[in-house]
Write a protein of this length. Structure first.
Lengths: 192, 172
């Protein structure tokens, strides 16, 4: 397992968004997620496999074709939001505005906290409930490590295989980071 | 060791930095053409599924490589009219129609616009320039229904662009 630097402020080697590249993969997970989500065939097949969940989310009239288009609109919007955040990073914007704690009820900040990024549903342009999630581990306000991403069609992550797999990946990366000794309170202070 | 130092230590094996930012900016600049390619791709995938036709069979019908079909269904193809026509003929579907003064649709009973305010010349010009093509897809209905407060006539999946403003359609 290794880390790939995705973007960050200039002249800051460690701050910014990082992504895990899992053993055997040719691409880091952040870019791989978007590559999959922007592939019409991949998304169509996902919608075919999860058509019942899609109907619960979008209504009984949804088809793999219309569902894929709906989700891919959200992919474009999510990528644009992350891109906008990345372009602002040089001006003291931090990634904490993009990533929120994985648990909606969790209001505290903790070491190697599980986090998620999604389209801001209350934004002017996106008036719908977002389904896409990018999962990351928070190192500090300006440093996050992406572990994966999923199309969340169930209320709880554990309720579907592809989202529960993401939980396992987060824990795996947390353990890997801890094994490299990045888990102490003083580490958080050093960049904040 | 500081956190930065520890991160550098972990990241030392990373082959290179990502060029995602540059690629994402390019994608954002081409969002409309990508959307159109995607709609065609999804329409083809849905029809292949419904008609139980494999991508290999479609490749054979079109006399193109399997790799070319893969590019099309992934939404990566920048379609030519010729390619669209070939696919339409092969699958017996219509993917695209052109709305204009000499459009075959004009005057047909199945496509009647209600009385609309006469747009200005420049307004029409914009529509003609920006919206020569409307994708015939069930997605059209979904997209347009998402826009609140805009009256849109949908007849056999055609969007009556005459009834909505340029800005509003752009938002679709």
């Amino acid at each position: 397992m290794k880390l790939v630097y995705i973007f960050g402020p200039r002249n800051a080697e460690a701050e910014g968004l990082w992504a895990v590249q899992y053993p055997g993969d040719t691409l880091n997970i952040f870019e791989q997620i978007f590559k999959n989500w922007m592939d019409s065939e991949w998304m169509f097949n996902f919608c075919c496999e999860n058509i019942e969940l899609l109907k619960e989310n979008f209504g009984p009239e949804i088809t793999p074709e219309t569902g894929a288009d709906e989700l891919m609109d959200e992919v474009d919007e999510l990528e644009k939001e992350i891109l906008d955040a990345s372009l602002r990073m040089d001006r003291a914007t931090n990634l904490q505005s993009l990533f929120k704690p994985l648990d909606d009820m969790d209001k505290s900040i903790s070491i190697l906290q599980c986090s998620k990024a999604k389209v801001k549903a209350k934004g002017k342009k996106w008036g719908k409930s977002p389904r896409l999630r990018i999962y990351a581990i928070r190192i500090n306000a300006t440093t996050y490590v992406v572990t994966g991403g999923a199309i969340k069609l169930t209320h709880k992550m554990k309720d579907s295989k592809h989202t529960s797999d993401e939980l396992k990946k987060i824990k795996r990366v947390q353990a890997w980071l801890k094994s490299d000794d990045i888990a102490y309170p003083e580490d958080l202070k050093s960049l904040s | 060791m500081s956190l930065e130092g520890k991160f550098k230590k972990i990241a030392k094996d990373a082959t290179s930095s990502s060029n995602w930012q540059e690629e994402a900016a390019k994608r954002a600049a081409n969002i409309k053409s990508r959307k159109n390619s995607r709609l065609v791709a999804l329409r083809i995938l849905q029809v292949l599924k419904e008609q139980n036709i494999s991508q290999a069979e479609l490749a054979e019908k079109l006399s193109v490589s399997r790799q070319h079909i893969s590019k099309i269904v992934k939404g990566e193809e920048n379609f030519t009219f010729e390619t669209i026509e070939k696919i339409e003929n092969a699958l017996g579907i219509e993917l695209m129609t052109i709305h204009g003064p000499n459009s075959p649709m004009n005057g047909k009973d199945e496509y009647k616009s209600e009385t609309i305010p006469t747009p200005s010349v420049s307004y029409n010009f914009k529509i003609d320039l920006m919206l020569p093509l409307s994708l015939k897809s069930s997605n059209s209905m979904m997209l347009c229904q998402n826009i609140k407060g805009i009256q849109i006539l949908i007849n056999s999946n055609y969007i009556d662009i005459d009834k909505i403003g340029y800005r509003q359609f752009e938002n679709c």
